[in-house]
Design a protein around this ligand. Structure first.
Ligand code: PEP
Ligand code: MG
Length: 748
């Protein structure tokens, strides 16, 4: 084998590209490619292995091994040397392959006579496509230069595959992005939707991975990098808000954008014959492969930064920005790695569903998806590399599943499910103006949770009696700056107007924990959920809370005003916050402003401690609302954001139900109205049990009002209460089995 020169490399890449232009089916092209590579690299063997499914590689073309083994020889990811290359996404280079650990002898190929082996991954933006191998009889290690040359070739093969050059007979040669694929993720928001993929950041397509003129390609790269540096500098200047962490990230960006190592590797790629964009992508693929194996979170973050920068550079070079000119399809389902709340809100109600690779149940995007009432699936791993704009997609938010390019049988079943849900919703619509009264005449008031102006139309549509929880932090989360008092007052006034006299419970800002405002200084805390959040921030740094209270008072201007303080852990916090509100009323009065006609001040009971507060607290609060999401997390010491432990604890656990009953009893004694506004209030069975133990007001997402009302109207709550009591008396640790058994005997 000869020492490779850059011009050899360029010649080979050009020849490879020419095979793309030549007629012929995929297999012929692959055969031609392996011949070309073997002769150019001076090796006896060149083979291409492609993934047949996520776990299996198949020999798809070879020069030098026995022809009859093509499409027969297969290995699992990690198996043999080829499997090792694929699994580790890095080259394997050995002078004596049969002596290598993990070598697997495959007699049908006749490869035992070849001693040296060099395999490199064929990958595209972190997506594993296959392995490219050269082998020779002579026992020798391949030089760094040869490894590098083969990696460049593998990059071109990956791009050719993406462009569909190898499509033909057989699964292994099937076109990429054509198969049906199912993703199992997690539920972010329930519901089912069918539609077409709309990628938040469309895939960059590289039409020509091979550059004809290295000087020209180098100029293109240099110009694009200069643009990139300017845009990073601009980001740094405009975001100079004193946030040390953000500044650090941007500095890291600047460091990469000016990194000589990164530039030098891309320049070498170009010298070998890649186009500027293919060079960027090659380095990006390798960085992504490294990302999968790096355990150090700091380094992972830096590699993420590099990935992000490479993306920007690719978009500059290909001119494929976010706005690709593609038209959003009908029934768009948004597919993204992750998305911020403001961006999601920009898409608004056009979207039929959202699928994210990352995200969490409590993330801001999830909160917005909930407000928009669209199904959301999170943790759908690698969907952005699989999905293309316009692909047919089914989103099952109930099961946390996604079917991409489903076959017709799956789609038919799915449509039946959607039709059933729609039929149920229309049945519920007929109940809209009916009260949630049980068979014995007990009535439960059903209110809705909201957080955006966009939620308000649901007030009339759902039949909710009012807004039992208006989460004001959403307005803060979707902005890039602290909203001004006037802005907020106008917004709250619009919310009150849209409610047409129905009661709206405004919860003051609940930030901290998972809800970190983009423009606020982030305080590193060991355990943010139990840290400086909600009313604790409001009392320690009262500026924002006072501004918000003023905005609420001004918005009310002669109308009733209901304010609720979140996350109150002891009576004195409530007393202090309430006093701040009363002080603001006084100062508004002295300014001659119109005051609210009625003022109600309540507290959220979200920590077990408050349930044991002195009687004076229950007497002072105008109302109490249980934030079940937080109360459950602290009662069971189980993080609501942690999928592993979250699902372990059930609201119908006997201890929790007993605890809730104690709160009901204390409120009853004090004559304080009590409601429940956590997610459990919107689950029909849980809602029924809450009503049975004495809750007369529940606040939930609008879509739950119909199902909850339907169920309450079909049962006798007193009977259910007696049943729950007897299950507890008989020693049940969880009341659900008894409740479900009882329900199965009801006419629901
Ligand atoms: C709760 O904790 O139950 C609640 C309603 O508040 P949030 O989910 O906004 O914390
Ligand atoms: Mg809460």
């Amino acid at each position: 084998m000869t020492e490779r020169t850059e011009s050899d490399s360029r010649r080979l890449l050009r020849r490879l590209r020419d095979t793309l232009a030549e007629p012929g089916a995929g297999q012929e092209r692959l055969d031609r490619i392996v011949r070309l590579i073997a002769s150019s690299m001076g090796t006896e063997v060149c083979s291409v292995y492609l993934f047949r499914d996520d776990e299996t590689l198949e020999l798809c073309a070879t020069e030098g091994l026995k022809r009859e083994s093509v499409h027969k020889t297969r290995m699992k990811l990690g198996e043999g040397l080829v499997g090792r290359v694929a699994k580790s996404s890095s080259p394997v280079n050995t002078a004596n392959a049969p002596a290598e650990k993990g070598f697997r002898y495959m007699p049908e190929t006749g490869e035992e006579i070849y001693s040296s082996f060099l395999g490199v991954p064929i990958q595209r933006l972190g997506e594993k496509l296959g392995v490219l191998v050269v082998q020779s009889k002579e026992a020798r290690s391949f030089s760094d230069d040869e490894i590098y040359a083969l990696e460049v070739v593998a990059m071109v093969v990956a791009e050719m595959s993406e462009l569909g050059a190898f499509i033909g007979e057989g699964d292994a040669l099937a076109a990429p992005h054509k198969h049906a694929v199912m993703f199992r993720g997690g539920t972010g928001q329930e519901g089912a939707a069918e539609g077409r993929v709309w990628l938040h950041e469309p895939r960059v397509v590289i039409i020509n991975p091979v550059g004809d003129d290295p000087v020209k390609e180098m100029e293109r790269l240099n110009k694009a990098v200069a643009d990139l540096r300017l845009s990073v500098d601009a980001m740094i200047t405009t975001s100079d808000n004193g946030d040390a962490e953000q500044a650090q990230i941007l500095e890291a960006y600047r460091m990469f954008a000016n990194s000589r190592g990164w530039m030098r590797r891309m320049e070498e790629d170009i010298a070998r014959g890649l186009s500027a964009e293919a060079a960027v992508e090659k380095e990006q693929s390798q960085a992504r492969a490294r990302l999968e194996t790096v355990p150090d979170p700091y380094l992972r973050d830096r590699l993420h930064d590099l990935d992000d920068l490479s993306n920007r550079l690719l978009r500059i070079l290909t001119g494929q920005g976010q706005d690709t000119g593609a038209e959003m399809p009908d029934n768009p389902i948004l597919v993204a790695r992750n998305i911020g709340p403001a961006e999601l809100l920009d898409y608004g109600r056009k979207l039929k569903g959202v699928v994210l690779e990352e995200g969490s149940v409590g993330s801001h995007a999830a909160v917005v998806a909930r407000a928009l009432a669209i199904p959301l699936v999170i943790h759908a791993e690698k969907i952005t590399t699989e999905a293309l704009n316009g692909d047919h997609i089914l989103v099952d938010g109930d099961q946390g599943m996604v079917h991409l390019r489903p076959d017709e049988t799956v789609a038919r079943h799915f449509r039946e499910k959607i039709a059933m849900q729609a039929a149920a919703q229309s049945r519920y619509a007929s109940l809209r103006d009916q009260p949630a009264t049980d068979k014995a005449g007990t009535t439960v008031a059903l209110h809705m949770n909201a957080g955006l102006m966009a939620d308000l139309p649901s007030l009339a549509g759902s039949g909710a009696e009012g807004v039992g929880l208006f989460r004001t932090e959403l307005q803060f989360l979707i902005r890039s700056h602290v909203p001004k008092r006037g802005e907020l007052a106008a917004l709250y006034a619009r919310v009150m107007e849209a409610a047409h006299g129905k009661r709206v419970v405004f919860r003051t800002l609940d930030i901290g924990s998972d809800k970190v405002l983009p423009y606020m200084k982030r305080v590193e805390e060991p355990n943010p959920a139990m840290g400086w959040r909600a009313i604790r921030v409001g009392l320690d740094k009262p500026g924002v809370m006072r501004m918000q209270l003023q905005a609420l008072i001004r918005a009310a201007a002669g109308r009733p005003l209901t304010v609720m303080f979140p996350f109150v852990a002891e009576m004195s916090e409530f007393t202090e916050a309430r006093q701040k509100l009363l002080d603001e009323i006084e100062s508004e009065r002295s300014l001659g402003h119109k005051l609210p006609s009625i003022l109600e001040v309540g507290a959220m009971l979200e920590t077990p401690s408050l349930a044991f507060a002195p009687d004076a607290f229950f007497e002072m609060a105008d109302f109490i609302s249980i934030g079940g999401n937080d109360l459950k997390q602290f009662f069971f010491a189980a993080d609501r954001e942690n999928e592993r432990v979250r699902k372990r604890y059930d609201m119908l656990n006997t201890s929790f139900v007993t605890f809730l009953e104690k709160i009901v009893a204390r409120c009853d004694r004090a004559g304080t109205p009590l409601s429940f506004c956590g997610e459990d209030a919107g689950r029909p069975v849980e809602a029924l049990c809450l009503a049975a133990i004495g809750f007369r007001m529940l606040s939930m997402r609008p879509a739950s009002i119909g199902p909850v009302k339907h169920l309450i109207r079909r049962v006798d709550l007193g009977e259910l209460k007696a049943l729950m009591e007897s299950a507890r008396a008989s020693g049940a640790d969880n009341l659900r089995p008894a409740v479900m058994d009882w329900l199965s005997r009801q006419d629901v």
